[in-house]
Write a protein that binds this ligand. Structure first.
Ligand code: MN
Length: 287
């Protein structure tokens, strides 16, 4: 049986967006260009070295029906919710939060000399889990195994499996892969991704080539760009004179209808209206 490398179907230029209380970020999923990449609803890059871009943060706001995944590489994001959970996401750490039936929280990037480097991904929950109990997976940097291959490629495995190493984030409905991959110059990196799963790469440093739709003249994708892949068995990344660092993410599409309103993603408009009613009545967060 032959294996098929996944080819580029779209290269997304991140769009500048003002979010929260005035955070300037770059959005690649959840825009008019790419509204939904089932099961991924949103992908934001809030990296900045200018405090005015991020210090306003994301004051108290609700979520329902989704997972929010916050990965920080420099700086710190402090968070707390109305259930009494609080903590800090610092360099190399990830928070995989299943909002389920409801979380009301704040996420505040801290002003630091190094600024902030970080990403937030929203993963949809299947209808049967939208009202599940909220769950946090706070992963410290030391819990994320970093694989260093002989050729110098380094892979941090957050969820999914590489070289027999399985990441610490578990039990997510979308069966996701989330890898942070560094590839030195003049190298190739291949990762198998199950057929039928949605896959994308977000190049956030350097540049890399991916298989072109026609299989020839593979384009060099510079940072920051998001590459959406068609179906196949694996993703192949090749570097030229520059190294590349990218997030490689995949997940099982749900194929369910979505009704989306800001931080709430449900299946029907009626469920959104019910959510807004609960917010007005003060019954949104029940535990
Ligand atoms: Mn949030």
């Amino acid at each position: 049986m032959s294996t098929v490398a996944r080819r580029i179907i779209q290269i997304i230029e991140p769009e500048p967006v003002l979010e929260g209380a005035g955070v300037r970020l770059k959005r690649s999923i959840g825009t008019p260009t790419l509204d939904y990449l089932d099961p991924f609803l949103l992908f934001d890059d809030f990296t900045s070295s200018h405090r005015a871009d991020y210090e306003a943060g994301f004051p108290l706001h609700p979520h329902r029906g989704i997972d929010t995944v916050t990965y920080v590489l420099e700086g710190e994001v402090r968070h707390k919710d109305t259930l009494g959970n609080a903590g800090s996401i610092t360099a190399g750490e990830i928070q995989w939060m299943t909002a389920g039936r409801g979380i009301m929280h704040e996420e505040m990037p801290q002003v630091r000399p190094e600024g902030i480097v970080g990403f937030q991904l929203w993963v949809n929950l299947p209808a049967k889990l939208k009202m599940t109990r909220p769950r946090y997976q706070d992963i410290r940097s030391g819990e994320i195994r970093e694989i260093t291959r002989e050729n110098g490629a380094r892979i941090r495995v957050i969820t999914g499996t590489v070289d027999g190493i399985t990441g610490p984030v578990t039990g997510i409905a979308a069966d996701p892969t989330y890898l942070d991959v560094f590839i030195p110059p003049h190298l190739s990196f291949t990762h198998p991704i199950e057929r039928g799963h949605t896959a994308f790469a977000y190049v956030f440093a350097g540049e890399a080539r991916f298989q072109d739709a026609e299989g020839a003249n593979d384009p060099l994708v510079s940072h920051p760009h998001l590459v959406v892949f068609g179906d196949g068995d694996s993703v192949e990344v090749t570097t030229g004179t520059s190294s590349a660092r990218l997030l490689l993410v995949s997940g099982l599409p749900l194929g369910e209808p979505i009704a989306r309103y800001g931080p709430f993603v449900m299946n029907t408009k009626q469920e959104i209206e019910q959510t807004l009613l609960e917010l007005r009545q003060g019954t949104f967060v029940t535990t």
